[in-house]
Design a protein around this ligand. Structure first.
Ligand SMILES: Nc1ncnc2c1ncn2[C@@H]1O[C@H](COP(=O)(O)OP(=O)(O)OP(=O)(O)O)[C@@H](O)[C@H]1O
Length: 226
């Protein structure tokens, strides 16, 4: 369970979020551009500090402003995959994958590269990969850190449609085979339909709705995306 009750003011924008998220499978954070999706992820992964409130993941306090507690990003055991893969360009894929690999993941390395179908790419530099391949390596690298939670910030938006579909299949396989909870930021309703078990809709920095995907996708607010 991820318990979030925070407020963060950024210049004229304020994010206010109070909801417990059942961290099982994929939870989509859906909202139009500027609604605060990336800010919410950055509060969870520790890149941004809230002004007030707390974030608690499976009973572990990540931040509690009232109690002056703040776990730094590098100690949260939360991995983030961004829109662009951000691989180290001077390292081959194998070194990129092993760079921050947690010792407990050594015996799962083969399984993970198999699920993501990147076994044949290990000896290449990132410049020798397609966008979809780079993103699969970035996801593999994130998972090999053995995170408690995987955050994905619009991971498909830099890809063309065939690559999007391909990567969606890999993400679905990951959830089934590795059982890692994922928070998935997107403004694309089709990705939500295909991937998410739960959805939180953000609107102008406020949580508009949270619930199971089927239930939430029927709400009128979503007509503008369909
Ligand atoms: N460091 C900052 N200082 C001031 N304003 C900021 C800062 N970071 C974000 N914002 C503002 O907060 C609002 C929400 O931004 P955020 O990136 O979280 O939205 P988003 O829903 O992820 O948008 P997008 O889908 O376009 O990435 C925007 O108006 C943005 O300009």
């Amino acid at each position: 369970m991820l318990k979030i009750n925070i407020e963060k003011k950024l210049s004229r924008f304020t994010l206010s979020f109070n909801q417990s998220i059942d961290c099982k499978g994929i939870t989509a954070i859906l909202g139009v551009s500027g609604s605060g999706k990336s800010t919410l992820l950055n509060l969870i992964n520790g890149l941004v500090k809230p002004d007030t409130g707390s974030i608690i993941l499976n009973d572990i306090v990540l931040v509690d402003i009232g109690k002056k507690q703040f776990v730094k990003a590098q100690h949260r055991k939360i991995a983030t995959v961004f829109q662009d893969a951000l691989l180290f360009p001077h390292f081959k894929v194998l070194k990129n994958l092993k760079f921050a690999m947690h010792s407990s993941m050594k015996n799962r390395f083969e399984e993970i590269i198999h699920v993501l179908n990147i076994s044949d790419l290990l000896d290449r530099y990132p410049a020798m990969l397609s966008g979809g391949e780079k993103q699969r390596v970035a996801i593999g690298r994130a998972i090999l850190t053995n995170p408690r939670l995987l955050l994905m910030d619009e991971p498909l938006s830099a890809l063309d449609m065939p690559r999007k579909k391909e990567l969606i299949n890999y993400i679905q396989d990951l959830v089934i085979e590795l059982n890692i909870p994922i928070l998935y930021v997107t403004h694309n309703i089709n990705e939500v339909k295909m991937l998410a078990n739960h959805v939180a809709i953000l609107d102008a920095g406020q949580l508009y709705r949270y619930g199971e995907t089927n239930e939430i996708l029927n709400c009128d607010y979503l007509n503008e995306w369909i």
